[in-house]
Ligand binder design. Structure first.
Ligand SMILES: [Zn+2]
Ligand SMILES: [Zn+2]
Length: 289
């Protein structure tokens, strides 16, 4: 891990420490989990951890309700409860701006998500991706596992067809919903990175380089970068100690030679282009600057 601290402005205009990973100065971690799905820390603990890591923004993005084994935001009122926790965390400290988000589950070939658009529109940031077995029922989970793990091994033709379908589902999801970042593309579910990146560039959605899972891979990220799409380097932390752990993702970005201006967390993305990410649907008014 190569991390070094320096000084820089925050989204709130204050001076804060920023952290450099493999040559990228990263101000934010847009993918962390808390006890409200299957993380181990509270919203406040993730905020403190982000401040300690030298970040100026952190998003709390617990799983959508369809995640297997009831690990998502299932309780009635859970989204509202997290919103109150986020508001409180922002009142309690001014080092880090805490964003309320969600990691929604892509549910079908049409890119449907497991939370209604009216809920998504109230989020500061929306992440979406495949989580095999996220159907909420035993039958549905078994069917999803069959399609994502068994079918691709039966023949290369089936595997190729599945890859095309998966890519279409994620692309449709980006076109149809207010999704800021498609998470860990290629993890356990095969995709075509070039096709997906073309769709993401068109939709104004970023592709994630996930530090915990190593997806996008360096080869996929390099292919995706040819399209001019945006990227986000995130920790996918499930405990506060992992919040801001962005070195592995930054290494992938560096191997793929992605320009800092294409990475949301650098605060440089969208400055010269027309894609104001994240929050392109008006949920968010400020980017790190
Ligand atoms: Zn995930
Ligand atoms: Zn996650």
């Amino acid at each position: 891990m190569s991390a070094a601290a320096g000084c820089g402005p925050t989204s709130a205009g204050k001076t804060s420490v920023m952290t450099s990973f493999h040559g990228y100065e990263l101000l934010a971690d847009y993918h962390t989990h808390t006890i409200h799905s299957h993380g181990t820390g509270t919203v406040a603990e993730n905020a403190r951890a982000a401040a300690a890591a030298g970040l100026s923004e952190v998003a709390v993005t617990d799983h959508g309700p369809a995640l297997a084994a009831g690990m998502g935001l299932r309780e009635p009122g859970a989204v509202e409860h997290v919103r109150r926790m986020v508001e409180q965390a922002n009142l309690d400290q001014d080092q880090v701006r805490v964003l309320q988000g969600v990691e929604a589950n892509v549910m079908d070939r049409g890119g449907a998500l497991d939370l209604p658009d009216k809920v998504l529109r109230r989020m500061d940031i929306v992440l979406a991706g495949f989580h095999p077995a996220s159907r909420g029922t035993v039958t549905g989970e078994l069917r999803a596992l069959w399609r994502s793990h068994v079918v691709p091994r039966l023949s290369w033709r089936l595997a190729a067809r599945q890859r095309v379908e998966n890519t279409k589902s994620l692309s449709e999801c980006a076109y149809r919903h207010a999704v800021d970042i498609l998470v860990h593309p290629g993890l356990r579910v095969a995709i075509d990175p070039l096709e997906l990146a073309r769709a993401a560039a068109k939709a104004g959605t970023a592709l994630e380089i996930n530090s915990a899972h190593g997806h996008l891979t360096p080869a996929s990220a390099r292919a995706a970068a040819r399209t001019g799409c945006f990227f986000a380097i995130n920790s996918d932390a499930h405990s506060p100690v992992k919040v801001g752990d962005l070195a592995a993702g930054a290494r992938i970005a560096s191997l793929a030679r992605i320009a800092p201006e294409r990475i949301l967390n650098t605060g440089l993305a969208g400055r010269s282009g027309a894609v104001p990410l994240p929050g392109r649907h008006g949920r968010r008014t400020q980017r790190p600057s």
